[in-house]
Design a protein around this ligand. Sequence first.
Ligand SMILES: NC(=O)c1ccc[n+]([C@@H]2O[C@H](COP(=O)([O-])OP(=O)(O)OC[C@H]3O[C@@H](n4cnc5c(N)ncnc54)[C@H](OP(=O)(O)O)[C@@H]3O)[C@@H](O)[C@H]2O)c1
Length: 326
Amino acid sequence: MKALLSKAPGPPSTLVIEDIEKPAPKKGEVLVKVKVSALNFFDNLIIEDKYQFKPPRPFSIASETTGTVEAIGEGVTNFGVGDRVVAYHNTGTAMEYVTIRASGLSLIPDGVSEEQAACLMVTYGTSYHALKDRGELKKGETLAVLGASGGVGQAAVELGKIMGAHVIACASSDEKLEFCKQCGADETVNYSTEDLKSRLKELGGMNGIDVIYDPVGGDFAEAAFRSIAWKGRFLVIGFASGPIPKMPLNLALLKGADLRGVFWGAFTARQPQDNARNIDDLLGWLADGTLKPHVDSVFPLEEAEAALNKIAARDVKGKVLLRIGD
Ligand SMILES: NC(=O)c1ccc[n+]([C@@H]2O[C@H](COP(=O)([O-])OP(=O)(O)OC[C@H]3O[C@@H](n4cnc5c(N)ncnc54)[C@H](OP(=O)(O)O)[C@@H]3O)[C@@H](O)[C@H]2O)c1
């Protein structure tokens, strides 16, 4: 079977497609015939050995996938051959067949396409865990989302609205912000042309911003934190702009505010039952049309290099997918 592999650290051009042996499911595992897998910002970091998680080589990328169950291992009773499934799988799914622990799989609801389902796990899983479990976002509160048109940012905008917040989307172009409005944002800030701190202070009014969702980092983190409300929560999601910000802690003291870290991958491993409940909520919203994931583009496996370069070029609204099987 075909597999996209990282055999040496480096940019997307170092990835190779090779024929490898089709795996067989072990006890507790399911063999999935992959249809669509999704890429994330961190796939570019993993192949360059710049991510916190460094799998042994050769490894594949794309930590979330959809497809059909081809075979089941000993002891698996909750899935059958032919089931359409979606999964988070941290060692990579950019290959024609992958074995996944049955506990990491969910059924794709009827009426939901594999492309839509492939968008769900990492971005919506992260943003829902962030806003609900870490941010304790409440109805009527104000939420500011940085990098709001990207993968996790778009999911945070949509989920913020579902949770009843007043959502301020912040991004680097008017075109991206128009997209955020279509996803439900109430207000927008273009941080390429406007001063983020003063605009957020203005939009937060007397109260300030209750929850700030930051996947971008760099200088924007402190600028945003300066607009936070009394008892506000600043969610540390990631550092897409590169630099890891340093924060003057007097700002937290003055507002009685919290800096809260979010690490969805660790949450899935440490609190699998809580994560499963979150995924059930998300699948329910996907099935009834409440959630509308946006697919930016779909590339064949052979064009994974172009797909990863699009993410690195900051040129994505929503998700980038790899189509692998029929
Ligand atoms: N904590 C967790 O559990 C968790 C889970 C998933 C992802 N993450 C992290 O969240 C961050 C965003 O991931 P994502 O999948 O949403 O990525 P993405 O789709 O590529 O979006 C990232 C956004 O960041 C902004 N950005 C600013 N400077 C950038 C730069 N130099 N290069 C690329 N983007 C830049 C871009 O928006 P503008 O152009 O509008 O600024 C872009 O839309 C990453 O750091 C990722 O590792 C964390």
